[in-house]
Design a protein. Structure first.
Length: 312
């Protein structure tokens, strides 16, 4: 059964994980509408990556040349470990730390350019770093990283291949023994064997302790990243609440100002009403006085001419 188109897969795995399912289902529905049910089924089978895996996929898709450099460095590290070249291994280990640090910075930049990506404080960069280190040590993980379809972050307990040299006892064969190395022909005594066993046990114990410490370090970095993410969320929430409180306080101040203005207007209205009442009372009293004067004048006129006008 053919795989979905590579450009479609790249587009889906560029999508932030919280939008992946919606985008995948829309692509599957479009394939069904186009009359390609097999492609629709294959698209629907694509699984959503974790945030850390999405960041690694984003790096592999957008900057494949950097991932190729990572693969070359991994091969050089494995070669130096197989040949037990200490100085070269130390040099490559320092280079590994620098390369991984640069890749983490690039991942942060790429995520910042994606619309809808988590904020910088919420990016699981410790898991991304662990995955890149695992890709340096494990060929299978490196292939998944290069594919751009990683589904979850990866961890590696140790670092690199540590091949143990195949030792064998040389008995001399056909070569005649010489006088100088005569002590090599004698089997090692029990004290030497016990010392070698103790050294091997000590080396194994150091490897176990280093493995345990690396696991603990990975967990600690993950916890640190989670704590820093929680802190960033708490700081953002605090700022939001403070901004909301400032807005409420500003609104209250505006209401208080409007209340003071309204009270002043009400006081002026009351004064105007009282003045109008006084004016109306004065006008009513004056009207009454005038009306009484008119009535008095009419009465006087009536008394002065009781029988009407004079006869002709």
């Amino acid at each position: 059964m053919p795989d979905p188109p590579s450009d479609l897969v790249e587009r889906l795995y560029r999508t932030p994980p919280d939008r992946f399912v919606t985008a995948r289902d829309a692509a599957a529905a479009q394939a069904r509408r186009a009359g390609d049910p097999r492609a629709a089924r294959e698209i629907a089978r694509l699984r959503r990556p974790t945030v850390a895996a999405w960041l690694v996929n984003l790096l592999a898709i957008e900057r494949p040349e950097l991932v190729a450099d990572l693969a070359q460095l991994a091969e050089a590290l494995r070669e130096a470990q197989r040949e037990l070249r200490g100085p070269r291994l130390r040099e490559l280990s320092a280079q590994r730390r620098a390369v991984v640090g640069a890749l983490i910075a690039e991942v942060r930049r790429l995520a910042g350019d994606v619309d809808g990506a988590p904020s910088a404080g919420k990016l699981p960069l410790a898991e991304v770093e662990a995955t890149l280190n695992a890709a340096l040590s494990d060929v299978g993980v490196a292939e998944q990283v290069r594919s751009g379809r990683l589904l979850r972050s990866a961890h590696y307990a140790g670092f690199g291949e540590v091949p143990r040299p195949q030792l064998r006892l040389v008995t001399g064969g056909d070569e005649p023994p010489t006088a100088a190395p005569a002590h090599r022909e004698r089997p090692p005594d029990r004290g030497t064997l016990r010392a070698e066993q103790a050294q091997r046990a000590a080396r194994a114990d150091r490897v176990r302790r280093r493995t345990a410490l690396e696991k603990e370090l990975a967990r600690a970095r993950t916890d640190q990243e989670r704590a820093e993410s929680d802190l960033a969320g708490a700081v953002t929430a605090e700022h939001d609440r403070a901004a909301a409180l400032d807005a409420v306080e500003a609104e209250l101040a505006e209401l208080e100002r409007r209340r003071a203005v309204a009270e002043q207007e009400l006081s002026r209205s009351r004064l105007a009403r009282r003045a109008a009442e006084r004016a109306a009372s004065t006008a009513r009293r004056r009207a009454g006085e005038v009306e009484a004067a008119v009535e008095a004048l009419a009465a006087e006129e009536g008394d002065a001419d009781p029988g009407g006008g004079p006869a002709d």
